[in-house]
Ligand binder design. Structure first.
Ligand SMILES: Cc1cc2nc3c(=O)[nH]c(=O)nc-3n(C[C@H](O)[C@H](O)[C@H](O)COP(=O)(O)OP(=O)(O)OC[C@H]3O[C@@H](n4cnc5c(N)ncnc54)[C@H](O)[C@@H]3O)c2cc1C
Length: 478
């Protein structure tokens, strides 16, 4: 076996790993990037990009359908599923090619294909060919879809997000297991493209929003068009002809079943740590085999020269967070033991459902409720939303009483992706409700809906006039 000493090994050439490598290069370190499967990243291959391509196709079908509302009738509307998936794959392949060429631009001596595992605290073996003695290791191995044991008998037939983009037509019937982000985005898109979709989830939440008022509203609104089986337990899954028969129990104990052409399992993702040999690192591990001590501001595990970046740490499994964590991990791997702390960005999460959902800043679940004022605004009568015929939605805004600073918001409604950006930027700037109300608002725009909610917050905070809390917001030490 060949042996080599390096400053740092980066395990995984996804978005986090590539960014870690870029920082190591910038720092002038001697590093090596190891990838087990293929270059191209999860985001481009089976994640953000192909899922948004499918959602874009569904949006186009919706737009034609909704045109009736405006007196515009398109005749002979047909969803050509083959063409839909052809475009998804064609465009997806362009994004993958971009990611591959970014990776292949790295010097050949700095990257290799092979499965890495620890054989000592900072000794990493790649397959059985190379042993690397490293001063620091960045683990950026990502995550994989979980397929629960109840699907064992049909494991090779069910779809996950890894395989769904290889479909060549829209299935006639589809069961989606899981109403989280992935299940909702993909299941709803396929439904809007013509599949008859049944969503099953053991919880009663639809999407990741944590505000109970929003969850109630979402269930009511989406329940009008989606077949939602919530709070259920899937008890059986077996092959039936060319499809799959599922059996499940309702919350009332009623046993139900259904036959589906396809089943998409979107029951969560698991960090890729199996077989990584983390037990050889000396790190304290929990019952799932994950390091017990991990710091999001440094990405370091305890005091060890081991850094965990991207989906593998399960902290905020989103692309922009994976990039940030890769950068932080790469920088710290190069500087170890002189570790730098980084202030993380304000949280921002968007679901490309229809209507969209988003969390900007603090979620409802993370608020200190004794200190927080909550106000809401509906999009049902909002001017611009009605003009566009997209007048469904609700935003809930959270501000702290003692300083009137906007802390967060949860949204469900038209163009939530854009409104959530404005709100998270305001949260990160520590803007008060009063300051936000002094910003310009054009007419008629969806942002006026936010203003309605902010005005309510100002009334509740009793800061409609004057600026009693404004000074507090900018005082030192806040
Ligand atoms: C369907 C779907 C839609 C999504 N949509 C969005 C979205 O709209 N917006 C958003 O922000 N995020 C989205 N995400 C999440 C986003 O894709 C991830 O947060 C991001 O891709 C994670 O990057 P990563 O570098 O951590 O992991 P990856 O890109 O998965 O990289 C990990 C790499 O490590 C390799 N590896 C694993 N084990 C080993 C080993 N032992 N040795 C060597 N290499 C190894 C893997 O082969 C892989 O290439 C979506 C995800 C999915 C699944």
């Amino acid at each position: 076996m060949q042996k080599r000493s390096v400053d740092a090994v980066v395990i995984g050439a996804g978005s986090a790993g590539l960014n870690a490598a870029a920082e190591l290069e910038k720092a002038g370190a001697d590093w090596l990037l190891v990838e087990a499967a293929q270059y191209g990243t999860t985001c481009a291959r089976v994640g953000c990009m192909p899922s948004k391509l499918l959602v874009a196709a569904a949006d186009a079908a919706d737009a034609v359908e909704r045109a009736k509302l405006f007196g515009i009738r398109a005749r002979d509307i047909e969803v050509d599923g083959e063409a839909v998936f052809d475009r998804v794959r064609r465009e997806r392949d362009r994004f993958v090619a971009g990611a591959i060429s970014d990776t292949e631009r790295l010097p050949a001596a700095r990257r290799m294909l092979g499965r890495a595992r620890f054989v000592g605290p900072t000794t990493v073996r790649v397959d059985e060919t190379l042993e690397l003695d490293a001063k620091a290791v960045v683990i950026a191995t990502g995550s994989s879809p979980v397929v629960p044991p109840v699907f064992d008998a049909v494991r090779d037939r069910v779809l996950t997000s890894d395989g769904v983009f290889e479909l060549t037509r829209v299935p006639e019937s589809l069961a989606v297991i899981g109403t989280g982000i992935v299940g909702l985005e993909l299941g709803q898109a396929l439904g809007r493209l013509g599949a008859e979709v049944t969503f099953l989830d053991r919880l009663t939440n639809v999407g990741p929003l944590t505000d109970p008022e929003l969850q109630r509203y979402i269930r009511t609104v989406l329940g009008r068009t989606l077949n939602l089986e919530l709070g259920v337990t899937v008890e059986s899954a077996e092959a039936a002809g060319r499809g799959i028969r599922l059996g499940w129990k309702s919350p009332e104990g009623e046993v139900r079943s259904g036959e589906f052409e396809q089943v998409l399992v979107a029951a969560g993702r698991r960090p890729n740590v199996a077989g990584l040999g983390l037990e050889k690192t000396g790190l304290e591990l929990d019952e799932r085999g994950m390091p017990m001590r991990w710091d999001p501001q440094t990405t370091q595990c305890g005091d060890a020269p081991i850094f965990l970046a991207g989906d593998v740490n399960n902290h905020a499994p989103l692309l922009h967070e994976a990039i940030d964590e890769g950068r932080i991990a790469g920088e710290n791997a190069a500087r170890y033991p002189d570790i730098a702390r980084h202030v993380r960005r304000t949280p921002l999460m968007i679901v490309f459902s229809e209507p969209q959902m988003a969390i900007a800043g603090q979620s409802y679940a993370s608020l200190d409720h004794d200190r927080t004022e909550v106000a809401e605004a509906s999009f049902e009568k909002q001017g611009r939303a009605r003009v566009m015929g997209r007048n469904v939605g609700l935003v809930r805004l959270y501000a702290t009483r003692d300083d009137c600073i906007l802390r967060g918001a949860e949204l469900f409604g038209p163009d939530a992706e854009h409104l959530a950006h404005l709100l998270s930027w305001a949260v990160q700037q520590r803007m008060t409700v009063q300051r936000l109300l002094r910003m310009p608002y054009y007419h008629p725009v969806l942002e006026e809906g936010l203003r309605t909610g902010l005005r309510r917050l100002a009334r509740q905070l009793r800061v409609e006039r004057g600026r009693p809390c404004e000074d507090l917001a900018v005082s030192p030490g806040m």
